[in-house]
Design a protein around this ligand. Structure first.
Ligand code: ADP
Ligand code: MG
Length: 226
């Protein structure tokens, strides 16, 4: 469970302070599938970065599974990220010179896992996203949807309990977007907590809860009645 209490975020300092998040109170239970919506500049990515330990809140508290996370050192932040979070982004961020398998393996290299086990796990993850026949392809030999599948396989390779996807379908056509959302639905059914940012209503429809941000505040938080 994630619990954010009175979270604020201010970028910059002195006269150049930019307040971006105000008084965010939000609890997300394990296994939820959540969409964060709202206009450009409303603070969606900032909130995702705080939830995913890519950035700190300026004030407020963040509890993950009952553990309060304060201003910890970068190496602790990195450990929390690696242990709990898989990230997916609109622009995929695959390493262009590495094939699909090596891209998926890359987080495991830093974890000091043997080559043999890395290969085995990358293969399993690529099978899971339906790309077992594209292991040796380079990113530029793959379609947009296939690249996003590789990115999702990479996000899964550390076995995180939380998947954070910032506009995962933003660069994809509508049919491919649906396929990516179906994959995220499947991962959620398998028990992952999935949080996505999206601008598109039809993408948000796949989730069970829609949170709306406006000017750095939560203005709506709606669970789908099942
Ligand atoms: P969204 O994802 O909803 O479009 P962001 O969280 O990216 O919004 O940005 C919210 C606001 O914070 C914007 O006004 C943006 O310009 C500002 N912002 C984002 N990142 C930084 C930064 N590193 N330094 C200063 N301002 C930033
Ligand atoms: Mg954004």
């Amino acid at each position: 469970m994630m619990k954010l209490s009175e979270i604020t975020k201010v970028y910059g300092n002195g006269a150049l302070q930019v307040p971006v998040l105000h008084d965010i109170n939000l609890t997300i239970e394990d296994g939820e599938f959540v969409a964060i919506m709202g206009p450009s500049g409303s603070g969606k990515s900032t909130l995702m970065n705080i939830i995913g330990f890519l950035d700190y809140a300026t004030s407020g508290t963040y509890e993950l599974n009952g553990e309060k996370i304060g201003k910890v050192k970068e190496n602790k932040l990195a450990r929390l990220r690696n242990e709990h979070i898989g990230f997916v982004f609109q622009q995929f961020f695959l390493l262009p010179r590495l094939n699909a398998q090596k891209n998926v393996e890359s987080p495991l290299i830093y974890a000091g896992i043997s080559k043999r086990e890395r290969t085995e796990r990358a293969k399993q993850m690529l099978e899971k996203v339906g790309l077992e026949d594209r292991m040796k392809h380079l990113p530029n030999q793959l379609s947009g949807g296939q690249k996003q599948r590789v990115a999702i396989a990479r996000a899964l390779v550390n076995q995180p309990s939380i998947i954070l996807a910032d506009e995962p379908t933003g660069a994809l056509d509508s049919k491919t977007s649906q396929q990516i959302m179906q994959l995220l639905v499947q991962l959620n059914k398998e028990g992952k907590t999935v949080i996505i940012v999206t601008h598109e209503e039809e993408v948000a429809e796949y989730t069970n809860r829609i949170i709306t941000l406006k000017d750095g505040r939560i203005t709506d938080d709606r669970r789908k009645s099942l």
